[in-house]
Design a protein around this ligand. Structure first.
Ligand code: XIL
Length: 440
């Protein structure tokens, strides 16, 4: 075994260990994330270190508090990214979409903001947005403004106040987010919408202002227990239908439902399908799941001892057997690879379109990409030269791994005295050429 094989074997051992951790689900069956392979994600929050069982259940990450302005910048100009790094890196290395929460909000603001002039306030908000976007350029979603109706930012006058649209400070915030984070999907987020047609109509006014300026990509509705626990499924459908008229995808962003085991189960059974099956809903994020770590009591789904509450077991079975409909059809792709010189470039193609190019490091690394495209996928080595070779461990789609050496199409491996001259099955690309990983 040469060093590269040894390296690969070690890499595999790590993969196997984390896969083994994922085998402790109900009934002892191995299972991946509940919504793996579905057209919509089912995510959850991360607070502090990512829980070991997160990837047994969830395939999208929102930071619970670490992305809020007061957490990032408790002291002016002293940024504190540690916990946000942990959540973001965890999402990236698992291929899960990451949603930043949040840029502009009237709660959990830094205490020092109130003492500044309007000009300094606007400067500091933009600085937070700019620094976030520089540090986390692969962020898929951002709650740009949180709770505009219920808890508007205290410094909103500094961002343009109501202005001519009535909501100029929100337009300003989205313009800055678009400028600094041009590849992220920009969302607005609010509570008390799913259960209240009046609030919903006021919310739609803001959404339309942003939409007409091309500044918004989706609408978030928090859907906490105080709106959901006693809500009739027919009302959920009616309000989602109304919100879907904006033409924008809906993100259920902070779902929780409370109760003792039987009550919570009944609530999930009664209401969750109305959310999941609505064609306008592109993803659902739950707001916590571990007992003792949820912001509200009795909303947890996993007990302290790691066992599942009935609502979670039901939820897993329901989503696994229900494709949902509509949705963003996002696929999270991970290409795990390395180069031998550190200069090798590979391109990921989907359906013939080059969607992403990476320059590989010399150690095995997960390179991630999210796409709605479908079709054949290839990883192509494009700048071969003396001393340059590429080793691809695998490509995974929504967490499901396709090993490079199991693929029959490889035009870049050196076999039988020439490039592409053999069966194809190899994890190496010695020459310019591609490994085909099948349809996405
Ligand atoms: C909550 C967190 O879960 C708590 O830990 C924190 O103490 C307060 O904020 N709406 C939101 C979230 O947008 O950011 C809130 O999160 C819950 C309500």
């Amino acid at each position: 075994m040469n060093t590269s094989h040894l390296f690969k074997a070690l890499g595999r051992a790590v993969v196997c260990t984390s896969a083994a951790l994922g085998m402790l689900g109900s009934g002892g069956l191995a299972h991946a994330q509940i919504a793996v392979g579905k057209t919509k994600f089912l995510g959850n929050i991360i607070a502090g270190n990512p829980p070991g069982n997160f990837s047994m259940y969830w395939n999208q990450v929102s930071p619970e508090n670490a992305g809020k302005w007061d957490a990032v910048e408790p002291v002016r100009d002293q940024m504190n990214w540690g916990q946000l790094d942990a959540a973001y890196n965890y999402a990236r290395s698992n291929g899960f979409p990451f949603k930043q929460h949040t840029f502009v909000w009237g709660s959990q603001e830094p205490k020092w903001i109130g003492g500044l002039s309007a000009q300094q306030q606007a400067h500091e908000v933009e600085d937070f947005i700019r620094q976030y976007c520089q540090r986390y350029p692969q962020t898929q979603y951002i709650d740009v403004v949180n709770e505009p109706l219920h808890q508007p930012a205290s410094y909103r006058e500094a961002l343009g106040g109501a202005g001519s649209t009535g909501w100029d400070w929100i337009v300003w915030s989205f313009q800055k987010a678009r400028q600094h984070c041009p590849t992220a999907k920009l969302l607005i987020n609010e509570y008390g919408i799913i259960n209240d047609a009046n609030a919903l109509n006021r919310y739609k006014v803001i959404v339309d202002i942003l939409k007409s300026r091309g500044l918004i990509d989706g609408v978030g509705i928090q859907s906490h227990y105080f709106s959901m626990d006693n809500l009739a499924p027919a009302t959920i459908k009616q309000n989602l239908d109304s919100l879907a008229q904006t033409g924008l995808p809906i993100y259920v962003s902070e779902l929780d439902m409370t109760g003792d085991d039987a009550t919570q189960l009944a609530r999930y059974q009664q209401k969750f399908p109305a959310l999941w099956t609505h064609p306008g809903v592109a993803g659902v994020t739950l707001w916590g799941y571990i007992e003792g770590q949820t912001w509200v009591a009795n909303s947890h789904l996993v007990r302290r001892d790691g066992s599942e509450r009935p609502a979670l077991t039901w939820l897993g079975n329901y989503v696994r057997s229900n494709p949902g409909s509509g949705g963003a059809a996002n696929k999270s792709i991970v290409v795990r690879a390395r180069g031998t010189s550190g200069q090798e470039r590979v391109t990921l193609r989907v359906g013939g379109t080059a969607v992403q190019t990476w320059t590989l490091g010399k150690t095995m690394t997960n390179y991630t990409f999210t796409t709605t495209l479908s079709g054949g996928s290839t990883v192509e080595f494009t700048n071969d030269a003396t001393g340059r070779d590429v080793q691809v461990d695998y490509l995974s789609v929504n967490g499901s791994v396709r090993q490079a050496e199991s693929q029959t199409y490889n035009t870049g491996v050196y076999q039988n005295g020439r490039c592409g001259g053999g069966s194809g099955r190899s994890d190496w690309l010695h020459c310019n050429g591609a490994i085909g990983f099948g349809d996405l």
